[in-house]
Each structure stands twice: as C-alpha cells, then as structure tokens.
Design a protein around this ligand. Structure first.
Ligand SMILES: [Zn+2]
Length: 492
C-alpha cells in the first residue's frame, strides 16, 4: 500500500490533487512480493477520463509483461493469464469502472485503503457503488479475486481529506511549492541579512536573534522564488536550478501564477507573525512593498525591451540595461538585505550625531554594487566556462538585454551592427557564433576590464564617505566592504 502512495511522488508530486495511486505486485515470488508496475490517476495528464490509477497501472502492466526487451517477455495471451497471479493495491477503493476492470483482469487479490464512503464524506464526487457490490455481481466470471478492504487507512486517508476542507492544515502541495521553488538556490540574499546583522552588532548572534534575522532572510528568498516562478512563466523558460520550471510540471501549469502570488503573500504572513510587536514593523513592511514595486517595474521594462519572439535591437541601450538591472535586480538583491539588517539593528532614518541619512547612503552604494554584480553576470554568461558558471550561457540566443550586447551596440560600426541585427536572438546554426565574433572585434574583453576597474574604484570611493564608527545603531563601512569583496573579480 505504501508503494501505491509512493507512486504519486514518483509519477507526479507527493501531494497531487487527485492522489489516487496503484501498485501491482506479484506475491507468488514470496516475501513482500515483486513490484510489477505502478500507476496514478492520469486523467488531466493525458486528457483521458478513464485513466484512473488502477486503469493506468493495468495498462502499464500489460506493457511491462509483453515488452520483448523487458523481464517477462510474455505473449499477449500469457500476459492475460499472468494477471491471475498478481495483486492490485490501490490507496482508495476502486470506482465501479475500475473494480470491474479488476474483476475482468482476474487479479488474485484486490487491496484498498480509503473507502468510497470516506471519499464521499470528505467532498469527493464518486459513484456510490462499492467494489464489494461489483464483486458480488461478478460471480459469473471464471476467476476469483480476494477482497481485502481498509488497509493502512491511517496513511491513505490524509491524502484525500484536505482537498475540500477549507480548514485543513497546509496541504502538502503548498509546502511542495515551497520546497521546489524556495530551496535549491545559493541563498546569498538571505544569508546577507544575517551577515550584515552580525557586522552591525559587532558580535555573533544569540539563537533568538539569529532566528529572527533568518526569518527576514527567508522572506527575501520567498520574494526571489516569487520572481523566478512568475518570470519563468512570462519568459517561457524550460529549466531552473537544474530542474524543470515549476509551471512546466503537468500538475502545475498555470496554477504556477497563483503559487507565485502565494510565495509573495507568505512574506507578509511571516512578517506579521514574527515582527508585529517591533517598532520597525511598518518600516520593514514598507521596505518589502517599495522593493516589490521597483522589481515589478524592472520586470516590465525588461519584458517590453527584450521579448523572446521579436528581436528589436533598436530598443536596447546601456541606459535601458541599467534601468532593468537596477529595478529588476539591485533593489531586492542588494539593498533589501542590508536595509532589513539595518532596521533589525535599530538604525534610524537619520543620525542626529553625524547628520548622515544611513538608508540613503546604503542605497547610494548598494545600487551601483548590484549593477556591477549584474554586469559581471552578463559577462560570465558570455565569457565564462561551464565549469565556472555551471551552465552554458544563453543570453545571446535568448535575446537578453545584457551588458555585452549593449556595449557592442555602442561600439559597433555599421557592418558589425548589421551582423548583430541579423543574428542576435537567433536560434539558427552559427548565429550565436557570428554575434560572439562581433563582440570580440569591438574589444569587449578590454571594455569589461575597464568597467570592472572603474566600478570597483567608484564603489570604494562611495564606501569611504561613511565615517568609521563602532557603536551599535550606526552604519558601518564593513557591511559594504564585505559585499564588495565577495563580488570583486568573482569568476562564478
Ligand atoms: Zn476508477
């Protein structure tokens, strides 16, 4: 029975809405038996209303039993007889269609968990004919099938009892959204909150402090997940963090839009739960709202500048690139973690002693820092090796408004420009190579080296404006120095 439940995770997700799973086992082999095949409710996957878990499993079994390259290699006739040796486990009692199929197949045993009555009591639309009744009415068939009801219902019932209960605790599907989309990244943004808090306090954190700072960190990671899930839908992406994009999963599709909203809503739920009593609660809320608005605008500029379907380089410029980078990435990736740490450690909007406005200072440093980071990212997409960046760069074929193309456009002569116009964003053979060749011709590597030196010098200068302080509650240079050191000349 556990195998039938596990089939869900194997073939779909650990908690799909239609959580009907089946396992077909050969018990004549002794022990726990030999698993022949599994199946899950696949109605929506294949657009076939008869593909309940049991039918899907029976069809899979026929394929396995008759596969000339498989372990059994049975003739169709022998496969039909073989069913009489097999046991069918289903985590919910079969509907009349499936119970009939079980009897037609002549299974040796039929074992189910949750009953049809329990399904109906919990809101499921079901045909109210028990499989016991189907079995009773099928006595004229030559085969006999043992009837074993109600097995391991403490494990099967929870799979079916949340769907129609508004008060049910967070369904696994929701935590699955969290696991799939919030975890798996490098968590740099979230960890930056904790690192910055430690620097600002000048000591390591107590468990309670760490816990609260970590919640703020996770809120940024939730925001990041919201951005990625919705971005992937809009950009029609395929892969994210080495797995299929969330919306590409057959049981998700456009539910991903709502899942993205839930990821963003979860931030405010967490903040209320953990920070409602703090004097800086409203400041933190405002931070998330403001950053969120900026990120939305950055995304919009990006979408209307670099559509994947129509390539139009006349929309590109270094200025446009800067806008996209600053609004879409720098605010939430660089300013937000530090500003949250500053609120958390009690830094006020203005410091009467030094006449410094700490949040403005932080913004004036972190936005250029974020821009520098993104330019590096764009550069590595073009120049980095797979070992360095962990993927093959796709900015050129994806028509990305990256620093590289914008710099090349600014430097290209008319012939080079024509080559870029004809090939950028193209998926044809050799098109990417032609673009890269123009990049080389215009001397993009030297431009990048110049940019990097200049950015480093500029940002260092901005950091040095901050007076050296040691008091808690004041902005410290070290926060920004640490950030800059992490980024400068990074190769991955
Ligand atoms: Zn059925």
């Amino acid at each position: 029975m556990r195998r039938a439940n596990a089939a869900l995770a194997e073939l779909s997700s650990p908690c799909p809405f239609a959580a009907f799973g089946t396992a077909i086992v050969n018990h004549t082999a002794g022990g726990l038996g030999e698993l022949v095949c599994i199946g899950i409710n696949s109605n929506s996957l294949h657009g076939d209303p008869t593909l309940h878990g049991e039918i899907a499993a029976i069809q899979n079994c026929s394929k396995v039993l008759t596969d000339p390259a498989g372990p059994y290699k049975l003739s169709p006739g022998d496969a039909i007889s073989a069913f009489k040796q097999l046991s069918l486990y289903t985590n919910a009692e079969s509907c009349p269609m499936c119970a009939s199929a079980v009897r037609w197949a002549g299974f040796r045993e039929y074992i189910y968990g949750t009953s049809i009555k329990a399904l109906i009591d919990n809101g499921w639309g079901q045909i109210s004919i028990s499989s016991k009744e189907i079995f009773r009415q099928s006595s004229a068939l030559s085969s006999n099938t043992s009837f074993i009801p109600g097995i391991l219902t403490n494990e099967t019932n929870p799979l079916f009892f949340w769907q129609f209960d508004v008060n049910a605790t967070c369904p696994t599907g929701c935590s699955r959204n969290l696991d799939y989309n919030v975890l798996g990244g490098k968590l740099n943004r979230g960890m930056s909150v904790i690192d910055s808090v430690e620097i600002l306090l000048g000591r390591s954190l107590t468990d309670a402090e760490y816990g609260k700072a970590a919640v703020l960190g996770w809120c940024i990671e939730l925001f990041q997940a919201f951005c990625l899930v919705s971005d992937d839908v809009m950009d029609k992406c395929h892969v994210r963090r080495t797995q299929p994009c969330w919306y590409r999963l057959p049981h998700v599709r456009l539910i991903a839009v709502n899942d993205a909203c839930m990821l963003r809503s979860a931030i405010f739920h967490l903040l209320k739960k953990c920070f409602r009593q703090e004097t800086y609660y409203v400041d933190v809320l405002e931070l998330f709202h403001d950053v969120s608005f900026n990120t939305d605008m950055g995304q919009l500029v990006d979408l209307i500048t670099a559509s994947e379907d129509t390539v139009d380089l006349s929309k590109f410029s270094l200025e446009r690139h800067r806008k996209i980078v600053v609004f879409k990435t720098a605010y939430y990736s660089f300013y937000l973690p530090v500003a949250l740490a500053m609120r958390f450690t009690g830094i006020l909007d203005s410091d009467p002693a030094t006449a410094i406005r700490p949040y403005r200072v932080a913004l004036s440093i972190l936005i250029p820092l974020g821009e520098y980071f993104q330019v590096q990212d764009d550069w590595l997409d073009y120049a980095g090796t797979v070992e360095q960046i962990g993927k093959v760069g796709t900015d050129i074929i994806d028509n990305k408004c990256s620093w590289c193309i914008n710099t090349a456009l600014a430097l290209a002569n008319p012939e080079q420009r024509a080559i870029l116009d004809a090939n950028y964003g193209g998926k044809g053979r050799g098109q990417e190579w032609k673009v890269k060749k123009v990049f080389e011709e215009v001397g993009i590597a030297e431009e990048y080296a110049k940019y990097e030196d200049d950015a480093f010098r500029r940002i260092t200068g901005l950091i040095e404006i901050i007076p050296e302080v040691t008091k808690v509650g004041e902005l410290k240079r070290e926060v920004f120095v640490t950030f800059l050191q992490k980024i400068h000349k990074r190769l991955m």
